[in-house]
Design a protein around this ligand. Structure first.
Ligand code: PHE
Ligand code: NA
Length: 444
């Protein structure tokens, strides 16, 4: 059976943007920015997106488009070595791991969406009891498991329908809806009293971050940049493997990074004015991703049109999360389809059943959830991206240059060699450095 491809270039870009834009943008990004020096953090983050994120994205694209295979087959075929194929299996594990916790969070959000529509903002702040923590307090137990299964079911439905009729069509509908709704909410938020205090909380420029705390924010900024661009899991390899003709990868990669950052900033322009307009000062009530929900639920419940606004907001979060979770499920599914000729539908059912179990474990056990969502995923993505970069730099070499330049103009061609050097040498060193700093080794 012929392998599927994207119907259009825009379809590919939107699918990749859909993967990138997610809870990372809406949940983590505004808070990390506000907590780590505002626009000073933003500058460091943007530099990392440009210097590490985009080249890394292009490395995954080059592997995928060159091989037209998902990570296992891609690394094996391009290298001619089974050992590299085994490295690719790591992606399959990463995809399953990511989806196991992400689907639980997706479940919380789905619950917020459903409850905000039915009752007058029935969202219960108690779900997120420990706002100070990394991924927020955890709503655990049977409810969480049930909503996780619901969210996973939606994810599986999209992937079940295939690359064109599922992922491409789905993200083509979801991403414009996200941007339009979020833009509308941002405009509305700007009209609220005291909105300016929200903006300045979000983006005030704290220069001390760039001098004293620079190394302290480098780790979080790098971790955020990888997670937000969906790097290191093999999702972007898989998506690029469905490209058939050679178009400019640097253009597509840059467009994806820009749109992804735009959505993150736009979310900040919704969340913070809204909180401040309701007299909720996140600096006092405690920040952290959990507070996004605690604080927002509080704000929504005070608003006259709270139900409508809350529904719009949680619809945005649900769509953003869903367009990311499908890209996680697609990794193990594509693996089964490519390597074992298993029919897509059966692969989705099989992998869906597996994640139903692993996600349920996360839903019941906050300690496991926290470990998976934090250190485990961080380590997997960093190590995964390092492996892809080294592969492109040292195994593909000329082939990678060839793939990078096909479909680009002369400006793009001039970037190819510096890109390969960055990918093979500079960025892996940078990743090792940030990995060590995340584990508390004082690399500075
Ligand atoms: N980029 C997604 C987000 O920001 C998360 C993700 C990571 C998706 C890795 C796929 C692979 O929410
Ligand atoms: Na993102």
């Amino acid at each position: 059976m012929a392998r599927e491809t994207w119907a259009t270039r825009l379809g590919f870009i939107l699918a990749a943007v859909g993967s990138a834009v997610g809870l990372g943008n809406i949940w983590r990004f505004p808070w990390q920015t506000a907590e780590n020096g505002g626009s000073a953090f933003l500058i460091v983050y943007l530099a990392i997106v440009l210097l590490v994120g985009v080249p890394g994205l292009l490395a995954e694209f080059v592997i995928g488009r060159r091989s037209n295979k998902s990570p296992v087959g891609a690394l094996r075929d391009l290298s001619g070595s089974k050992t590299w194929g085994a490295v690719g299996v790591f992606s399959v594990v990463t995809g399953i791991t990511l989806l196991s916790f992400y689907s639980v969070v997706g479940g919380w959000i789905l619950r917020y969406l459903l409850e905000s529509g039915v009752s007058l903002v029935g969202a219960n702040p108690a779900y997120f009891a420990n706002p100070g923590q990394y991924f927020g307090g955890v709503s655990a137990g049977a409810d969480a498991a049930l909503y996780h299964l619901l969210f996973l079911g939606l994810t599986a439905l999209v992937v079940f329908a295939g690359v064109r009729k599922g992922i491409e069509l789905g993200t083509k509908l979801m991403m414009p809806a996200v941007v339009v709704l979020l833009g509308g909410l941002a405009v509305w938020a700007a009209t609220q009293p005291n909105a300016a205090a929200g903006y300045s909380f979000f983006l005030r420029f704290d220069p001390s971050v760039l001098s004293e705390n620079f190394f302290a924010i480098l780790g979080p900024a790098a971790g955020q940049a990888l997670f937000t661009l969906s790097l290191g899991a093999g999702t972007m390899i898989t998506y690029a493997s469905y490209l058939d003709e050679d178009r400019s990868l640097p253009f597509d990669g840059s467009a994806i990074a820009v749109l992804n950052t735009f959505v993150g900033v736009l979310t900040g322009f919704v969340v913070f004015p809204l909180l401040f307009s309701q007299g909720i000062n996140p600096a006092e009530t405690g920040t952290g991703p959990g507070a996004l929900f605690v604080g927002l639920a509080g704000a929504f419940s005070q608003l006259p049109a709270g139900t409508l606004i809350a529904t719009a907001f949680f619809a945005v979060v649900t769509l953003a999360a869903l367009s990311s979770s499908i890209s996680m499920l697609e990794i193990p599914v594509a693996f089964l389809v490519d390597e074992y000729d298993i029919e897509r539908r059966n692969a989705v059912v099989g992998m869906g059943a597996l994640v139903a179990i692993t996600g349920t474990v996360c839903a019941f056990n906050p300690a496991i959830f926290g470990f998976v969502a934090g250190p485990l995923v961080n380590a997997f993505l960093t190590a995964g991206l390092a492996a892809f970069l080294l592969f492109v730099g040292w195994v593909m070499g000329r082939d990678a240059l060839d793939e990078f330049t096909s479909g680009v103009g002369s400006f793009g061609e001039s970037l190819a060699t510096p890109w390969l050097f960055a990918v093979g040498v500079v960025l892996p060193l940078f990743l090792v450095f940030t990995l060590l700093s995340q584990f508390g080794v004082d690399a500075a």
